[in-house]
Design a protein around this ligand. Sequence first.
Ligand code: BGC
Length: 444
Amino acid sequence: MLLTKDAFGKDFIWGVSTAAYQIEGAHDLDGKGPSIWDIFVQKRNKIFQNHKGDIACDFYNRYIDDLQLMHSLNIRNYRFSIAWSRILPNGIGEVNQSGIDFYNRLINLSLELGITPWVTLYHWDLPHNLEQKGGWTNRDIKDWFSQYVAICVTNFGDRVNHWMVLNEPTVFSAAGYFFGVHAPGKRGIDYFLAAAHHAALSQAEGARIIKSLRNNSIVGTTFSCSHVEPFTNREKDIIAAKKADVLLNRLFIEPLLGMGYPTDEIKALKRIEKYMKPNDEKELSFNMDFIGIQNYTREIIKHALFVPFLRAKIVTAKQRKVEMTAMNWEVYPASMYHVLKKFAAYPNIPPILVTENGAAFPDKVENGGVEDSRRLQYLQQIIQQVHRAKLEGVDVKGYFIWTFLDNFEWAEGYEPRFGLVHVDFQTQKRIVKSSGKWYADFLK
Ligand code: BGC
């Protein structure tokens, strides 16, 4: 039987999530400075068909219509991010009043429409000027980020109550500084470890600053996570899966909870200590009001002798011939249940919100509509899995769908579509998909 939202209780938070660079466009308008993504997309062959986020969904100019559409779909919680280089074009120094004005308009209209803003302070678009000074690999970023956070909280904190410090530090430190497939495109274990440590420090420090300026704020941060299983029951695969679990799930939550970095399983991770100063271990921890978890799939891991540092690799969904999304990720809704249980099992874990989940499928516009039955079914199955975890005692308080509008999907460009609302990137026309209509109905 299909669940109704009543099964979750009336305080359960239902919403949608977006990120600035993926939807706003207006990349150089009204004083905005370049971010690392504005620079990265200009390099050849980094992004699918050399797509760029210059215009994206043109949300910067269309936010009024888009928020009204959101409201008409009964969505009452909206998680979006602030583009750091709209507020501070150079990342530090002079404030760009037009940037502040834009987010004021966005926040005010949300509130007028009865939509609660949930603000992510950093969703991967570091100001380019700061990257030129080393970006996340430079320890000074803790101070740069702190100043930016303070400006946001001072300007918006009278109306914004819900904050998330970082979006998925694992992904931006690994994809951006180890694999080089995301901005800024750096590659190497030392870049990665430095970036990871400074992100972890900034995650706790950012939260402390929000609380010090606005004690009543509700503060969290978000983590990517995937249920991990070994390919076989051979000991080598089990060890490989444990290592992958450290990187995919444990690296940032454990220091935040005061447990230190999980360096036992992976020798190379110990090198992170090179970047640590005497008081850091303590500074890494902070008692958040909630933890945002973001889950899309599970990973099957096997031993791989030739993979440096990890000796582990993913057995892809393609290799396993299982059902996949347009991201080539396995369709596996039970992963949501497992990650919720896993995070809830930490001692002293704050309440959990699912701050992102969704699926990309190849949608088609037909007769003016988009019948995205696979996405709809996936979302229904996920909601069942959230409920299952909740029934077993997991303190999960909300669920946000990734995402409201089809948008710029980082290295995959505009190809994969995750939205509840279809966007024609030539005309900027919006069409609510069947999944969007279903969500509106579910939320009614
Ligand atoms: C990110 C989003 C991204 C989504 C789908 C998450 O890792 O936070 O920005 O679009 O996954 O790939």
